[in-house]
Design a binder for this molecule. Structure first.
Ligand SMILES: Cc1cc2nc3c(=O)[nH]c(=O)nc-3n(C[C@H](O)[C@H](O)[C@H](O)COP(=O)(O)OP(=O)(O)OC[C@H]3O[C@@H](n4cnc5c(N)ncnc54)[C@H](O)[C@@H]3O)c2cc1C
Length: 447
């Protein structure tokens, strides 16, 4: 049997009097009858047609194409699919959730908005926090009724993506988005490459959930770069065979090892923990984060076994200026949605993903995804965490820039008061006591 020499461009389809949908279905019937494919599904047909022509015969059209299979992207795909939208989720790595570039900490309030914790993807449950001052003074604090979890992100991220697939989203891995057209006739065309082929898909809405190095947002003309002092550059190892409490986060404030940032220990069960640090991009003093981390490990965990290493950046700007364009919404790290003080971005990414899926459904129901129709996305994100993040951004300067002596004196002060009175809020209040404007801002964040 010879292969079909037939390539149909969208231009050809749009000038056909039949209309695109009718033309596509006539074409499918024609090809199915040539190849005796009576009982195949549309997908089997497309795979077959692609194999035989070497090129995609008909550009697949989706309501929503999500680029990036992290928590933000998978949550968008899940929500869009729940709304009945034809959804595509594209991830460039072969395995969703891997490699992990994260300390994997989340809080219960944030997580439980979406999922009940499951033992398969919870490595440990956190009941308290321990702040470690530069001179080694430890201050254990209550978690103010909001416990924390250390996730197994490989399992967690895949769980969300699988739920999206379960609701009808189409997932592809080991495939990268390599380009995107402008918004024409109500669609963006996304060029994909991977698994030894290249092809285009069309989508009414594209979600840029492609993380800190987002290119999709830039293809839409949106600015996503962060100044060096707003980019937390991080290095982390997973240590094994160490002695640490399994129900406690540790945060080390020390300009010696983590200038304008902090170091952390997040326990992962059975003597293992994610230990890392994040430093402001302009404060490394010529040293790379890994060098700072090696020095930190030599001091605090000499001789510990390193099971894995990871590096990454978290943009801590408080949010990009513009996160929508015609047919595009930017989500998660791509839109700098992480908390600028802690660098935690998993929950905000998921919240934004949910809102993006919801907004896409509403806009497409009204028949258009032009920028103005996507404005509710911006408004709702601002309401949920965006305005707060902008305040945190201003607070960051006051908190992470304190000299070591001040961290030490704060730790001594708090170590002397009863544990039930030591809360993160009170520590922050004391830390900012000499900066009345920031104290006022903190009051707005907390109360
Ligand atoms: C060292 C470190 C520790 C951290 N610790 C925490 C923590 O404890 N708690 C917390 O809440 N946050 C933490 N964060 C931040 C957190 O990891 C991110 O905020 C979160 O992963 C953001 O989710 P996302 O879906 O926006 O992006 P990502 O999780 O980065 O997902 C983006 C996905 O897009 C894919 N992609 C990129 N480009 C393309 C393309 N062109 N085509 C197809 N796919 C593409 C990538 O492969 C990736 O899988 C940490 C970050 C670092 C670096």
């Amino acid at each position: 049997m010879t292969s079909i020499e037939l390539t149909v461009s969208m231009k050809m389809i749009s000038i056909l009097p039949l209309g695109r949908k009718k033309f596509e279905s006539c074409l499918q019937i024609l090809i199915k009858s040539i190849y005796h494919l009576e009982n195949c599904t549309t997908w089997q047909y497309i795979v077959f047609a692609t194999k035989h022509s070497g090129e995609s015969l008909i550009m697949q059209t989706y309501d929503v194409a999500v680029i990036g299979g992290g928590p933000a992207g998978s949550m968008t795909a899940l929500t869009a699919a729940e709304f009945g939208l034809e959804t595509l989720l594209v991830e460039r790595h072969p395995v969703i959730g891997s490699p992990v570039r994260c300390a994997e900490g989340v809080d219960h309030k944030g997580l439980s908005q979406f999922f009940s914790p499951r033992p398969e993807w919870i490595a440990s449950i956190i009941q308290s926090y321990c702040l470690v001052a530069p001179d080694g003074t430890k201050v254990v604090m209550s978690n103010e009724g909001n416990k924390g979890y250390i996730l197994e992100r490989v399992v967690f991220d895949r769980m969300i993506a699988e739920k999206a697939a379960g609701k009808g989203a189409h997932l592809i891995t080991a495939v990268e988005a390599v380009g995107m057209s402008s918004f024409e006739g109500g669609f963006r065309t996304v060029s994909l490459a991977g698994c030894e082929r290249k092809w285009d898909v069309r989508a009414r809405v594209v979600i840029a959930a492609d993380g800190v190095e987002s290119r999709v947002a830039r293809w839409a003309g949106l600015e996503t770069s962060a100044a060096p002092h707003d980019m937390e550059t991080c290095a982390q190892v997973t240590l094994a065979g160490i002695d640490c409490e399994q129900d406690m986060f540790r945060m080390y404030f020390t300009n010696e090892f983590a200038p304008k940032g902090y170091a952390w220990l997040f326990p992962k069960g059975e003597g293992t923990a994610n230990v890392g640090l994040g430093i402001s991009g302009d404060s490394a003093g010529g040293k790379k984060p890994l060098e700072h981390l090696d020095a930190f490990l030599a001091r605090h965990f000499p001789g510990a076994s390193v099971v894995s290493r990871t590096f990454g950046g978290v943009p801590c700007t408080g949010g990009i200026k513009k996160m929508i364009a015609d047919g595009v919404m930017v989500c998660g790290d791509a839109a700098h949605m992480a908390n600028p003080i802690t660098g935690g971005g998993i929950i905000n990414g998921m919240i934004a993903g949910h809102i993006a899926g919801e907004t896409a459904a509403e806009a497409l129901k009204r028949g258009n995804a032009l920028e103005w129709a996507l404005k509710p996305y911006v408004e709702r994100c601002n309401k949920r965490f965006g305005s707060m993040n902008r305040r945190f951004y201003r607070l960051k300067e006051g908190i992470l820039r304190l000299p070591d002596e001040r961290f030490n004196s704060l730790a001594h002060e708090f170590a002397g008061i009863p544990i039930e009175k030591r809360t993160p809020t009170r520590v922050l209040m004391s830390a900012l006591a000499s900066q009345p404007q920031l104290l006022l801002l903190l009051a707005k964040v907390v109360f």
